[in-house]
Design a protein around this ligand. Structure first.
Ligand code: ATP
Length: 202
């Protein structure tokens, strides 16, 4: 899955609309301390469905919205768009008719965030599965933040297994299995309730 462009508006320090073209091969982002390099990686994490404010170095999710400076007032909205090539048609069926997917996440103060893919509203889960199937995502080992190497070296066996599962491209299957198990349990409970009703009628 090739990411071709990242578009940010009002996200952390990127108050003005900003586009980052991601060419084939290696892309480097160079700049002085505090210019926003890590914020770009966080934008990637966020648009792929990150739900933890801590992972975004914030106290709450709304902290991703530009908080203002002495010269500029705070914004009420942040939006990140990620353009993903789908010419190999490997996206889940619901997205698979387009050559390119534009995945957009938008957050507004006091209204929470929502997602769109190619202009259509989708659930957070749809976006998370799209990236999990492509062996990437908000918690992907491909996104190496400061201190991550040390935490992997000291990780528990179960956390290391999660890394291997991502490399084997089966994270999406785990999510689907978990959902199938929940549905199965709900169906079993419905059957038990039905049994009770039938017994009461007998
Ligand atoms: P370093 O090289 O030191 O790791 P960096 O280039 O990775 O720095 P970032 O950590 O991405 O820089 O950016 C930090 C900057 O982003 C700080 O100036 C901080 O004030 C700004 N920033 C973070 N969140 C917000 C926000 N919600 N609103 C406005 N500015 C923000």
């Amino acid at each position: 899955m090739h990411f071709s462009k990242l578009r940010l508006t009002g996200f952390k320090s990127f108050v003005e609309p900003t586009e980052l073209l991601i060419e084939e091969g290696l892309t480097g982002v160079v700049g002085p301390n505090g210019c926003g390099k890590s914020n770009l990686v966080e934008a990637l994490r966020w648009v792929m469905g990150e739900t933890s404010a801590k992972q975004m170095r914030g106290g709450g999710m709304e902290d991703v919205i530009f908080g203002g400076t002495e010269q500029r007032p705070a914004r009420n909205m942040a939006e990140v768009g990620l353009y993903v090539a789908n010419d190999d048609r490997r996206a889940p069926a619901q997205f698979n008719s387009a050559d390119e997917l534009e995945v957009v996440r938008r957050i507004e103060r006091e209204k929470g965030s929502h997602y769109r893919v190619n202009g259509k509203d989708v659930r957070a889960r749809d976006v998370q599965l799209l990236f999990a199937d492509a062996a990437t995502g908000a918690r992907s080992a491909g996104l190496v933040s400061q201190g991550k190497i040390g935490s992997i070296v000291q990780a528990k066996a179960s956390d290391r297994r999660a890394l291997l599962e991502e490399a084997a491209n089966i994270r999406g299957l785990h999510t689907r299995r978990h959902e199938a198990e929940l549905r199965l349990r709900a169906a079993e409970q419905n059957l038990e309730r039905l049994d009770d009703v039938l017994k009461a009628l007998e």
